[in-house]
Design a protein around this ligand. Structure first.
Ligand SMILES: Cc1cc2nc3c(=O)[nH]c(=O)nc-3n(C[C@H](O)[C@H](O)[C@H](O)COP(=O)(O)O)c2cc1C
Length: 186
């Protein structure tokens, strides 16, 4: 099963990177599949550790999908890295094997520590809709503009029915982003 996480990694000089990543979930092993051009891949190759953060705050996925962001974080317990303040729970992982075949690496990691910061609330449709919208926002260069517009319209209905303020704001951010991209390419 793929779980959508916010991955935190560090480069050799200690600068932190935050990126949404869908990871193949396991209790003892987690597989991370970053594209080779991502900072996440470069950091994992260089420092061989990461923190897999699980959060219900979809604003982080929205912001992470559309730009290079920094979020509030605290030091990890075992690996050299950081845990999101917004994390519900997290896993600290070390690289076991790294297959850098293009276009997307396959990095098998071992869980060396896990922790919980707060409760993960139950399913919310708006949060899932924002996650889907965030993924679409990372694919504006691959998908036709009408398809993106149609999918956003469908997802917006769900957001309008079931969102809290945070989800409404995250969806608005993604909407503005895809519109601006569309206008730039028109
Ligand atoms: C929910 C979600 C899941 C994602 N999963 C992946 C993934 O598994 N691999 C990947 O390379 N990019 C994935 N992305 C896109 C990256 O987050 C995006 O390319 C990011 O800019 C890479 O950041 P980095 O260069 O800072 O590592 C995902 C985006 C979202 C919104």
């Amino acid at each position: 099963m793929i779980i959508e996480s916010v991955l935190t990694t560090m480069d050799a000089r200690g600068s932190t990177n935050f990126a949404p990543m869908g990871v193949e979930w396991g209790e003892e092993e987690i597989v991370i599949k970053p594209f080779l051009e991502t900072t996440t891949f470069k950091n994992l190759e260089a420092t061989r550790v990461a923190v897999v953060n699980l959060t219900d705050d979809v604003m982080l996925f929205a912001q992470g999908a559309i730009g290079n962001v920094q979020f509030s974080a605290v030091p990890a317990a075992v690996v050299r890295g950081v845990i999101l303040e917004a994390a519900c729970s997290w896993r600290e992982v070390e690289v076991r094997t790294l297959d850098a075949s293009p276009p997307r690496a396959r990095i098998v990691t071992r869980v060396v520590h896990r922790g919980i910061r707060r409760e993960f609330l139950g399913f919310n449709r708006a949060r899932h809709a924002v996650l889907e919208a965030a993924i679409l926002a990372t694919r504006t260069h691959l998908l036709p503009a009408d398809q993106i517009r149609a999918e956003f319209a469908r997802l917006q209905v769900i957001v309008d029915k079931t969102a809290g303020l945070r989800e409404l704001e995250a969806m608005a951010l993604l909407n503005d982003y895809v519109r601006a991209r569309e206008a730039a390419h028109a």
